[in-house]
Design a protein. Sequence first.
Length: 502
Amino acid sequence: MKIMMFSVDDPKDYDQLSAKTYPKLGLISLVGYARRHLDWVDEIAFQYGDMMLDGQTPAGVGATVAAESPEIVCLSALSYNEAAFHEVAAAIRAAAPQTLIVAGGPYVSSSRLAVLEDGNVDVLVFDEGEESFAALLGALRDKRGLDTVPGLGLRVNGKPFATPARELIDPLETIPLPAYDLIDFDAYAAQNQHLRSGGRFAPLVTSRGCPFRCVYCHALHGKKTRFRSAEHVLDEIEHLYNVHGVTLFYIYDDIFNLDKQRAKTICRGIIDRKLDIGIDFLNGLRGDMMDAELISLMLDAGTYYFAYAVETATPRLQDEIKKYNDLDTLAETISTTVDLSDGRAVIATYNMVGFPGESEDEIWNTIRYNLSLDHHIADVAVTIPQEGTELYQIAQREGYRPDGSRTLNYAGDAPLSASSLISRQRLTEMVDTFKSAFFDGRRISRLQALAKETGPTRQQQYLGKFVQGYLNISDGQSHLANAALLTGGSVRQHAFTESAAI
């Protein structure tokens, strides 16, 4: 049995400055689990593809499938790749009519059975997919009906049908290492334009699930956090470091520091094992739940990038979106992280504008909050309600209607505002104002100083290269062409982590 797995993307949606892609843990975790739990797995030949990495078009994927003639093609997509997903499914169906098309990932798990309105898609794997995927393969091999396999979507008598949901996997240690042998780490390193390091990197998930109920998030991994043991995490890091030469780790947890003692143990383990690595917390830190000891340990373990989600500095909206940030404590955390980093790390905030019912004055609250602090980067994203979230329902009640299918930016150059009080054009202007006010000469000078960092540790090397990429520095000059510094703003997806669903 030949199974081809594709991470669906559309390279034309990105410019070269923002185009970057990562090994897809969801897909290779499915393969790792199948290898461990199917005693006949030697009969399966797995192939892995990433459309962004390979620069493939939907037609190109169809041609590849036609040439390889697999029995099964698995497609994984994020919500904003909806249009590309259906184009790819159509291309595969046209090129290989007999191939079974199985779909999963965040897009499928959020849109559910609606995906089956596309007749080119045969089977869906919802949410946490390892057990469901292995059971699906077993049922197909034994020629058993799929309607008794939990965790799937399919058609029964021509109508979309969902089988019973599957329990979340607990403990997580029962999931083996992902199939890292399928990953071309050097190819990914060459595509990571934002970093410019050339170093091998990997995403890492040390826990699944989040107990908070922020309205903009999908709950793909449930509302109970399941933690991998510190030893289990450290063994995976060491495996990637020693076997695959990975020296940079992106942490994709929902909240890495929810269990602070466990987080500290992981950091101490990295230090004790003398692993010279860089760590990027682009996700997964709850700023009002940090302490100085953890920050210091994270720095000593190699962290060069801290990102804290502010979202909004208006208490009313904090309650509305159920983020419930303690803004005073968060401000203290940001200041402490800046002070302790002492040139070893970049500290960033994530902010959102255009919430349903948000006013211009409330956006100014968020701008002023960021201006009052001494961090390096303030990332501002236009709020795009994603289908399957509570925010989407709230926005719809206020008259929000997305234009066409979900993409990185529904509305092109003018962001689509979810606030009935702010027009698209005015929101664009306010995003530009936010960036212009924050990235003043002093902050740019501080970033330029960090961009000169060259080593000798991996942490220092990755810090310098990251900032060079962020500022688009070439020939020693900063061209300030990074998307985060341009008018119009980049869209940050809060549910961007590739889940264990395919």
